[in-house]
Design a protein around this ligand. Structure first.
Ligand SMILES: Cc1cc2nc3c(=O)[nH]c(=O)nc-3n(C[C@H](O)[C@H](O)[C@H](O)COP(=O)(O)O)c2cc1C
Length: 164
């Protein structure tokens, strides 16, 4: 299983989380990509594709990731595993990490086998497009490094155990 990690970021938080995931999975920095500088077809080099980005606007995935997903959607990723993560701010309570849903849907549509659904307890937000059933599991790892930075590393480590 060869994992590759792809992130979008505007202010650096998701890059930090991507590197924590890399450490926890045990992959080198050369397998961690900023999507703003990467061709979407690069995801095809990996068996476990991990994609993450923050949410901006009113629940939208970050711009660089939105562009990257346009290139991912046309790929055939059947036979590969994929997992998603994202950063947000629980005080934006009705759209917490909602952009992660866009990443999940794009990867799922490629035929990849989605893994890494994650329990959102004990987060405190009203709703998120990344949590299909209210109070249930999120489609991936949701990180609030704005309000709960002390929990980020533990969340990453717990989540990674579900991937490999
Ligand atoms: C204008 C603006 C809009 C935002 N909208 C949301 C939102 O709808 N949902 C959410 O969970 N976080 C939202 N955030 C918070 C960011 O996603 C959060 O700060 C994130 O950690 C930034 O990640 P980055 O440093 O990788 O860019 C917003 C932040 C800003 C500045």
């Amino acid at each position: 299983m060869k994992p590759g990690i792809f992130y979008g970021t505007s202010t650096g938080t998701t890059e930090k989380v991507a590197k924590l995931i890399a450490q926890a999975v045990g992959v080198a920095d050369t397998d961690v990509y900023d999507v703003a500088k990467t061709s979407p077809s690069t995801v095809g080099d990996y068996d476990l594709i991990i994609l993450g980005a923050p949410t901006y606007g009113s629940g939208d995935v970050q711009d660089d990731m939105a562009d990257f997903l346009d290139g991912v959607r046309v790929l055939d990723l059947k036979g590969k595993k994929a997992a998603v993560f994202g950063c947000g701010d629980e005080s934006m309570s009705s759209t917490f990490c909602s952009g992660v849903e866009e990443i999940y849907k794009a990867l799922k549509d490629t035929g990849a086998t989605m893994v890494g659904e994650y329990n959102t307890f004990p987060y405190r937000f009203e709703s998120s497009a990344a949590v299909p059933v209210q109070g249930g599991e999120a489609v991936g790892l949701l990180v609030d490094d704005v309000n709960e930075p002390d929990k980020t590393e533990t969340r990453v480590k717990d989540w990674v155990k579900t991937l490999i």
